[in-house]
Design a protein around this ligand. Structure first.
Ligand SMILES: [Zn+2]
Ligand SMILES: [Zn+2]
Length: 345
């Protein structure tokens, strides 16, 4: 199969011809029809993710058609149209039994713990627990764009922050995660404040339903958010993953507010300073959001099918697989608006 391949962290990835994968006993092989490009793929290529063993094929936001099925798989057949959350649970550990596959101790992540979807085929383990059937009306490109950023934002807004109608939600960073969070928070009836450094992204955030925008270049972000929200947001999300956006998000909250960390903090940014004095004095809540369980897709897809959520609006560039090495290397530049998706293999 054709795939994007690297053997050394930080050296340019290249196109390679690799053996086609075969399914694990409880896994499937998926013919990839679309694969999103994500900053986590860039972090992985830089060597920031300890799960990656070289050599490697990146890619974790995928949708496609099942091409082969392991002997122990019960629910799936060749030809089924599917996607997967980027974190797959084993289905049999205490976390999985409690319904929290997204923090499974034995989790499977295509593109991190195994070879990923910047390829014609990808093997996915624990298929009965983790595959999601695509509604007929949902195209592969939109389905792929859900895999990491949209579902993690859905979990952040709906299941972790439990956003209520009328609450203020501040979203720091308007890349794929932030724009997803804005769309979802708006659909939940919240008032959204978007924060970014570029006017282009802030104006797109307004189109997606943000009622206010703060340009971080203008100065004190937490003060600006407190001003717009009349004392601070009930919910604030660091959708970028940087020590300054993490700090600003927490400092943007009103008393008893909830911060959700969605943007990854890796490498030198892994342990950012946090205003813990304020966390105590104002009884702030700090949570993470790490993917979403496959069984939670049903509610989200119902909102997509009715048009309440329109993730296809977040899809930016569509590229061919052989353009992916250059696009991957450029992921740290935050160019363009929306999610880039590989749709030709
Ligand atoms: Zn598990
Ligand atoms: Zn991702």
């Amino acid at each position: 199969m054709k795939a994007v391949f690297y053997e050394i962290f930080g050296e340019p990835p290249h196109m390679a011809n690799l053996p086609d994968p075969s399914p694990a006993p409880e896994g499937v092989v998926i013919k990839v029809e679309a694969s999103g490009l994500c900053r986590s793929d860039w972090h992985g290529w830089q060597g920031h993710d300890p799960d990656i063993v070289l050599p490697h094929v990146p890619g974790h936001e995928l949708a496609g058609t099942i091409a082969a099925v392991g002997a122990g798989v019960r629910r799936w057949r060749v030809g089924d149209r599917v996607t997967v959350p980027f974190v797959g649970g084993c289905g049999r550990c205490p976390e999985c039994h409690s319904g929290n596959h997204q923090v499974c101790e034995y989790q499977f992540q295509p593109g991190f713990t195994a070879w990923g979807s910047f390829a014609e085929f990808v093997a996915v383990d624990y298929a009965d627990t983790n595959l999601v059937r695509l509604p007929d009306a949902l195209d592969f490109v939109t389905a792929a764009s859900l895999g990491c950023r949209f579902v993690t934002s859905f979990r952040a807004v709906v299941d972790q922050a439990r956003v209520m109608p009328g609450e203020w939600v501040a979203v720091h960073g308007c890349g794929g995660v932030g724009l997803s969070a804005i769309m979802i928070a708006r659909a939940m009836g919240a008032n959204v404040v978007a924060v970014d450094l570029t006017e282009e992204k802030l104006s797109f955030a307004r189109e997606l339903g943000a009622v206010a925008a703060v340009n971080g270049r203008a100065g004190d972000v937490p003060a600006a958010v407190r001003e717009v929200t009349g004392g601070g947001a009930q919910v604030s999300i660091d959708a970028l993953g940087h020590p300054s956006t993490c700090f600003n998000s927490i400092a943007s909250l009103r008393r008893r507010g909830r911060h959700v960390q969605v943007g990854l903090l890796l490498g030198e940014h892994a342990r950012p300073p946090i205003p813990m004095d304020r966390v105590i004095a104002h009884e702030l809540h700090i949570m993470g959001s790490h993917g979403m369980q496959a069984f939670r897709y049903a509610d989200m897809l119902a909102m997509v099918e009715t048009g309440t959520l329109a993730p296809q609006r977040l899809v930016g560039k569509r590229i061919a697989l052989d353009e992916a090495p250059a696009a991957l290397m450029a992921m740290d530049r935050f160019d363009g608006v929306g999610i880039s998706v590989i749709d030709r293999f």
